[in-house]
Ligand binder design. Structure first.
Ligand code: DGL
Length: 264
């Protein structure tokens, strides 16, 4: 038994997303737990999730978790706001005892800024329509004016590795310019968007603060693993393995590039 527990500690952490976006969360995990091993799975073949029906997102999410569990992960990070919104409650029921952490838009720190700020939440259509987001909004509507902005089409740029091009800049400008005068902060409510954060900040200007939930999610996973006694005892750098449902070498290379990309 003792040996089994010790072995469990040395298992990798599973992280998945509808595509390459969840690598923004993986980076935060790796920053605070570099000695852990990770398996990152991106379901790029079925991306985007954010414009799919709820039942389909749930089915895909469960398939992703099952495939990570088969590979012996000791915990799972749902590094996708859309999958979390669609399925996290069901997942907790299905996998009791598994350290399982989802991500939701970082509305709390944005809304709790002083002076009743106006907050723009950028996310997928599915996330904005979901009950989870509605509940989150209700919790903070006393503190801030909250505008939900569905951004269909934005994740596709990141999926092709385009995070700096003129076309993505133009797309963001069209999307954001009607709001920029009135908002005080922007929440990146989709894990693909931190990869275009530099462009968003450029368009928004220094006055507008940008929030993203990746770091909070990583810290929550660390807490959960510590509480379960599942942190590795190794020191040194762990291994990061990338898998993608497109099963093409270019996709794995894109994952590595995004993982190492210089962060603004
Ligand atoms: N990265 C996903 C999220 O955080 C969504 C992208 C998509 O598949 O639509 O919501």
């Amino acid at each position: 038994m003792e040996k089994q527990e010790r072995d469990m500690k040395e298992c990798p952490i599973g992280v998945f997303d509808s595509g390459v976006g969840g690598i923004s969360v993986l980076r935060e995990l790796y920053k605070i737990m570099p000695e852990e091993d990770y398996i990152y799975f991106g379901d790029s073949q079925n991306a985007p999730y954010g414009t799919k029906p709820l039942e389909e997102i749930r089915r895909l999410t469960i398939t992703n978790i099952e495939s990570l569990l088969k590979q012996g992960v000791k915990g799972v990070v749902v590094a996708c706001n859309t999958a979390t919104a669609a399925a996290v409650r069901i997942l907790r029921g299905m996998y009791p005892g598994l350290p399982l952490v989802g991500i939701e838009p970082a509305l709390k720190p944005a809304a709790l800024q002083p002076g009743h700020p106006t907050v723009l939440v950028m996310a997928t259509p599915m996330t904005i329509q979901g009950d989870k987001y509605k509940n989150l909004m209700m919790r903070y509507e006393k503190n801030a004016d909250i505008i939900g902005l569905p951004c269909p089409g934005l994740m596709e740029f990141v999926e092709t590795g385009n995070t700096e091009g003129e076309d993505v800049r133009q797309f963001l400008e069209n999307l954001l310019s009607p709001y920029l005068r009135e908002v005080d902060s922007i929440v990146l409510g989709c894990t693909h968007y931190p990869f275009v954060r530099a462009l968003i900040q450029q368009l928004a200007g220094e006055r507008i603060r940008i929030f993203d939930g990746g770091n909070g999610t990583a810290r929550e996973m660390r807490r959960r693993l510590e509480a379960a006694g599942l942190r590795t005892t190794r020191s040194g750098l762990g291994a990061v393995t990338f898998e993608n449902s497109l099963a093409q070498q270019e996709e794995i290379e894109l994952c590595r590039t995004l993982f190492q990309k210089k962060w603004p």
